[in-house]
Design a protein around this ligand. Structure first.
Ligand code: NDP
Length: 256
């Protein structure tokens, strides 16, 4: 039964060299998908590709900066020719943050975060649409954040970019259902990656994070990639338009 397999399927995972994206690449490849990924650093990407090859995973990669429109267009051209115009899975994972009070955000910081997190994933959906449709069975997963679900003090621009993703998830799920493309969003709370290393290295901060988390620890990238993979498997064929938190219970915690 093919419900628990991605054999014969193709996937694009943005930002696969570290953190959540890296775990997602391995998870999808482990289920049998052919995966393409990207990042801005050639050396780091090459090291990952060598490692994946030695593990027997089918992964290719290209360098690109997704904050640039041209970078996104080139990436989709590469993906289209590698996978013969057909793509089953798009994982919009690339994202960044800058933490500061709202009154201190500059125009440049606002547009950098909105472009990297929201505009790039929106544009990649547009570019990928014909490929997803041609595949006959498409799945898009946005890596959003609980910051787009509840109010956190991690920066309002980041929160807005993730809230926008969560709304677009619902719209595209309805708009593209006719093309057999499902669209879901995964919203993590603190996951141990390079993005949040600095804040979690502050012991007082980490203790505060853990105290608000019913499971009393931060998460690991694999605990996000498992849900992402499930949302791409035929096993989840009736799930679309959902925003699912991977948060150790944080968003349902009133006052425990
Ligand atoms: P990391 O910073 O650890 O990894 C990000 C990956 O994306 C790297 O491979 C990086 O490579 C790549 N990348 C970053 N910017 C670009 C760009 N402009 N173009 C191409 N590639 C890029 O992040 P995480 O794994 O922690 O985060 C992944 C996603 O998960 C983000 O959207 C984040 O908002 C979200 N998230 C993370 C949480 C956490 O606690 N870690 C919590 C909630 C959500 P390179 O720098 O070489 O380009």
């Amino acid at each position: 039964d093919g419900r628990w397999s991605l054999q014969g399927m193709t996937a694009l995972v943005t930002g696969g060299t570290r953190g959540i994206g890296h775990a997602v690449v391995e998870e999808l490849a482990g289920f049998g998908a052919a995966v393409h990924t990207c990042s801005r650093k050639q050396d780091e990407l090459n090291a990952c590709l060598r490692d994946w090859c030695s593990k027997g995973f089918r992964v290719t990669g290209s360098v690109c900066d997704l904050s640039s429109r041209e970078g996104r267009q080139n990436l989709m051209d590469t993906v289209s020719s590698a996978f013969h115009g057909k793509l089953n899975i798009l994982i919009n994972n690339v994202g960044t943050n800058k933490r500061k009070p709202t009154t201190e955000f500059t125009t440049e910081e606002f547009s950098f975060i909105m472009t990297t997190n929201f505009e790039s994933s929106y544009h990649l959906c547009q570019l990928a649409h014909p490929l997803l449709k041609s595949s006959g069975m498409g799945s898009i997963v946005f890596i959003s954040s609980v910051a787009g679900v509840v109010a956190l003090n991690s920066g309002t621009v980041y929160a807005a970019s993730k809230g926008a993703m969560n709304q677009v998830t619902k719209n595209l799920a309805c708009e593209w259902a006719k093309d057999n493309i499902r669209v879901n969003s995964v919203a993590p709370w603190y996951i141990r990656t390079s993005l949040v290393k600095e804040v979690l290295d502050d012991e007082v901060f980490e203790r505060n994070v853990i105290s608000r988390t019913p499971l009393k620890r931060v998460g690991e990238p694999k605990e996000v990639s498992s849900l992402v993979a499930f949302l791409c498997l035929p096993a989840s064929s009736y799930i679309t338009g959902q925003i699912i938190s991977v948060d150790g219970g944080m968003t349902v915690n009133g006052f425990y």
